[in-house]
Design a protein around this ligand. Structure first.
Ligand code: ATP
Length: 219
């Protein structure tokens, strides 16, 4: 059976930036996704709390992704109370899109942090995982925590075209050009009064300035 393929791009998006957009476009193209759901975390459990409000982060994700082909913004994690566990989002999407294969899109750094995620070993029961990798580098199990290396070796497949054949359970990687932009660096630049032109879209840059985001933060 060949299923529709739904990508899931979660993040704090504090703020959303061109690296996220590039990741989304590369995933859509490399994996031939039918749709990519961009899902800002309401209360992220894995890091300190965002500086911008959930409403502001969601508004910026809309500015960045609305009109982007095959992308939809999903505000469910923002609307719910409590921590934004990825496993809960996958459980929800499995119920609302039972016919689709789901694929969780993560950067290589995020993959290495996977063992810290709530119920992480169940993620592959609900979705595939696709890891964005820099050109010329390959993900080495030897560099991973033992439990992650075991998961990788049991589920990794080189052929992304197999993702539609099952609803969940495979790990693939795809190549992405390096984009040396991070939300942390952008917040720090804004706090110093430096421009972030080219690191976020013009609409997001306007939003940051008109809502005085990040400028009063202490770094
Ligand atoms: P921060 O600097 O605050 O940690 P961030 O820029 O890494 O934030 P997140 O919202 O934490 O942004 O990231 C969401 C997803 O986007 C993660 O899977 C992360 O690996 C990926 N990502 C973030 N920045 C980039 C980038 N420059 N290129 C490719 N992927 C990225």
């Amino acid at each position: 059976m060949v299923r529709p393929l739904m990508g899931i791009l979660g993040g704090t998006f504090d703020p959303v930036h061109v690296g996220h957009l590039q990741l989304a476009r590369a995933a859509i193209q490399s994996l031939n996704l039918d749709v990519l759901r961009c899902i800002p975390a309401g209360q992220p459990p894995h890091r300190h709390q965002p500086e911008a409000t959930a409403a502001a982060r969601l508004a910026m994700v809309h500015l960045a992704f609305d009109g982007e082909p095959r992308c939809v913004v999903d505000d469910a994690e923002i609307r719910q109370t409590g921590f934004s566990w990825t496993i809960r989002t996958l459980e929800r999407l499995r119920t609302t899109a039972p016919e689709s294969a789901l694929v969780l899109i993560v950067g290589a750094d995020a993959l290495l942090g996977l063992p810290g995620w709530h119920r992480w070993q169940e993620l592959l029961d609900f979705a595939h995982i696709a890891v964005a990798n820099r050109p010329g580098t390959s993900l080495q199990p030897a560099a991973m925590p033992a439990a992650l290396a075991a998961l990788w070796q049991a589920h990794q497949t080189p052929d992304v075209s197999t993702l539609r054949q099952s609803p969940a359970g495979r790990i693939v990687s795809f190549t992405i050009a390096p984009c040396p932009v991070s939300a942390t660096a952008i917040r720090q630049r804004v706090a110093r009064g430096e421009p972030v032109t080219g690191q976020v879209s013009a609409a997001v840059e306007n939003y940051i300035h008109s809502h005085h985001l990040y400028s009063l933060a202490a770094h």
